[in-house]
Design a protein around this ligand. Structure first.
Ligand code: C2G
Length: 130
């Protein structure tokens, strides 16, 4: 059983998120997803998410390529989550390249190319300007 773990806010879920999760799932037998809490999103991005953490968890849990999700409370606990869920591979989008290389002693670390031309920030801007 090869376990893949990934993390993200997944606010205003879009095709870039879907592509990332689908490709992450294809790297193993089960995919576990850490979903940023509202407080962590505030710390990372300086704003509240559009969808709260309960709704974002519900959306992620409803995807067929996700086996399980949990709340990620802080960026600093990745080593703990990797051990807790016996993850063999950590997958992140390539906007995080190099940021998690220190975890290579615990598991494989894999950065996948982001889907171009789609982002939550851009979606929020388009909706607000209409
Ligand atoms: N993503 C992607 N293509 C896009 C947009 C996002 O592949 N066009 C990927 C990101 O690279 C990330 C995942 O989708 O791996 C989730 O994106 P975000 O919700 O923006 O995640 P972020 O807030 O960066 O949180 O511990 C790490 C963080 O919690 C990651």
């Amino acid at each position: 059983m090869r376990t893949v773990i990934t993390f993200g806010t997944f606010d205003v879920f879009h095709v870039g998120h879907a592509n990332l999760l689908q490709r992450a799932a294809a790297l193993g037998d089960r995919l576990i997803v850490g979903v940023s809490t509202d407080a962590l999103n505030m710390a990372k991005k300086g704003r509240n998410p559009i969808y709260n953490q309960h709704d974002r968890m519900k959306i992620i849990n409803s995807l067929r390529y996700v086996n399980f999700c949990f709340e990620e409370e802080t960026l600093e606990k990745k080593a703990h989550y990797i051990s807790l869920y016996s993850a063999d591979v950590l997958v992140m989008g390539d906007d995080w390249v190099g940021k998690f290389d220190h975890l290579q002693s615990l598991c494989e670390v894999c950065y996948l190319p982001r889907t171009p031309s789609v982002s939550t920030t851009e979606i929020i801007e388009i909706i607000s300007s209409n």
